[in-house]
Design a protein around this ligand. Sequence first.
Ligand code: EPU
Length: 336
Amino acid sequence: MTAGIGLTALNTLQLHASAERLVTLTSSDQLRAEIAALDEGAVPHVLGGGSNVILCDHLPGTTMLMAIKGREVLSDDDTKVVIRVGAGESWHDFVVWCHHQGFHGLANLALIPGSVGGAPIQNIGAYGVEVADCIEAVHAVHRQTGERACLSLEDCEFRYRDSVFKHEAGAEWIITEVDFVLDREAPVEANYPTLRARLSKAELTHDAVLAAVISIRRERLPDPVITPNVGSFFKNPVISQQDIDILRQNFPEVPVYPASNDAVKISAAWLIDQLGWRGEERDGVKVSDDHALVLEGCGARSAAAWLALAADIAASVKEAYDVSLELEPRVIGAAG
Ligand code: EPU
């Protein structure tokens, strides 16, 4: 590891990465002052909860740790509530707090590791809900100019595990606050098969959904505090109706979910599982025994080992099914 500030405790893969300089951000004004003080052309790295990133060994220049806190109710008409939340708040704590206030919409996203500011980047999703369903606006600061912006839902270009923040047009924005719109009268969302199977008719309540989501996640996904992981390591591929027709001729049992009018999402876990990867271990990284889409650390401390296993899995899926897998976490640093 190059000398610098250790980031091991700040990423859930527990990679032994380091930053040349680390600044903790507690307000957007401080962020703008830090940007103004950077050398011309310098672009800072930003870390949130560190739960969906693969950090390269050394991050040169300035890395900013997002720690802007706060939850402010902006409006409340007794049904809908708009809340502004600091990007550095814990995602799960915010979900539980909303539930206790009776502000509904986010229970299906309980226990997703990470921070509020990371949620829109990936458009986090689970058990039939995506965070974009409850976002009204995203506030951000430009990482080179310090300019402030408020991005509307449309500006954010949310898609399956994707948003403008993952593309060139939006990659320069550092998210500082997110405005959520929640609903005291929102219906329970329990159509996702694994979730529905847990709940009897009498249990179609927000309380029961929250408890069921927490228990399903605890059973199927490793706790990053104990086992290094970032949840799903790949996105579920979205392919055209034409391509799925071809794939289904050879593999009629491949699980398929609707994506848009002319495309479908296929289960990456199933493709990987069929090729026998579950439990496979290489250089301190292992495909989870419980979920083929999840890689777990068992000793690896450098991004290279994770990326190598991921590349081998993706190559085998490409060869067997002619389907390309995309990484779900973001690579931060040189290899990115
Ligand atoms: N499956 C297998 N083998 C496995 C696991 C699953 O064949 O080892 C197949 C089964 O047919 C199963 C299907 O895959 O029914 C779907 O599995 P699951 O319900 O776990 O969903 P997923 O598509 O694999 C996605 C998200 C998860 C989220 C779950 C539940 C992505 C990339 N992942 O996984 O999100 O928790 O749905 O909604 O979309 C994450 O993003 O980090 C994450 C964990």
